[in-house]
Design a protein around this ligand. Structure first.
Ligand code: GTP
Ligand code: MG
Length: 242
């Protein structure tokens, strides 16, 4: 069957070398193409590590992670990078221009595609205001753009790459509520058919998700839709109340 981007975790356990407790304990879930899977949980719950495992920044001690049935450790890092785009919790820009940063995942993207990604990522206005537009220089680390602008450029970069799988690690909580809402309204069309996994802090960001995973202390302690979890899951109820 053609590549679709289904992600499957089966009984995945991972701990950092030397640590006594695993950071991810016996995690199992499936993230389906065309659907949005959200991950929520307190700080240190293991959300970032879970996403990083998909990109093989580290490999689990137990269990398996597959994409469309193929173990991720059978893919080269270049294959993985073409399949999965991660918007990291702390976005990184390298020295170059706005355009070169946006083309990081797909060097043959044309300017129209860059503008379209910026429109979705709510970054179009600030790039248009730059004297050189897409060709505006960016310093290493992106120190000449604000944190919020870095975040939007990082989201736009992932959209330009057109991967099968999008991983957004807490990419929306630094945006004001109105921008977050506009971005999420534009995202479904831009990512149509892809597997989308969103780590979020605000419940409002994920109420529409097809599936929400609740993480606590490295374990998935709840799964369901917003309404299902609200009715049944104490950890989720606590997050909603806080
Ligand atoms: P927030 O981003 O703060 O919401 O937390 P998170 O849910 O993303 O937690 P994360 O996955 O980053 O971390 C899970 C656990 O792994 C925490 O106890 C971290 O202290 C620990 N951890 C994360 N990175 C490392 C690392 O590089 N080395 C070690 N030894 N521990 C780490
Ligand atoms: Mg994190």
């Amino acid at each position: 069957s053609p590549a679709a981007g289904q992600i499957k975790f089966e009984n995945v356990t991972f701990g950092f070398p030397g640590a006594e407790k695993p950071v991810i304990a016996d995690a199992s879930f499936v993230a389906e193409p065309g659907k949005t899977t959200a991950i929520i949980g307190s700080t240190g719950a293991g959300k970032t590590v879970l996403l990083n495992l998909m990109l093989r920044l580290y490999d689990p001690q137990e269990g398996s992670i597959t994409i469309d049935g193929a173990p991720v450790d059978a893919l080269t890092r270049a294959q993985l990078a073409r399949t999965v785009s991660l918007v990291p919790q702390r976005p990184y820009l390298f020295g170059g221009t706005i355009a070169s940063n946006l083309r990081f995942g797909r060097t043959d993207a044309n300017d129209a595609e860059l503008w379209e990604a910026l429109r979705v990522a709510q970054g179009e206005d600030f790039v248009r205001e730059k004297e050189l537009g897409l060709e505006e220089p960016v310093s290493q680390g992106g120190t000449n753009v604000s944190g919020g602008q870095r975040q939007r450029l990082s989201i736009a970069r992932a959209l330009v790459a057109k991967p099968l799988v999008y991983l957004f690690d807490d990419s929306f909580s630094a945006l004001d509520v109105a921008t977050d809402a506009r971005l999420r309204a534009a995202l479904p069309d831009a990512t149509e058919g892809a597997t989308t996994i969103i780590v979020a802090q605000r419940v409002s960001t994920i109420t529409e998700a097809d599936q929400i995973l609740v993480m606590e202390g490295g374990e998935i302690v709840g799964r369901g839709t917003h309404d299902e979890l609200l009715a049944t899951n104490e950890v989720y109820q606590e997050i909603v109340r806080s």
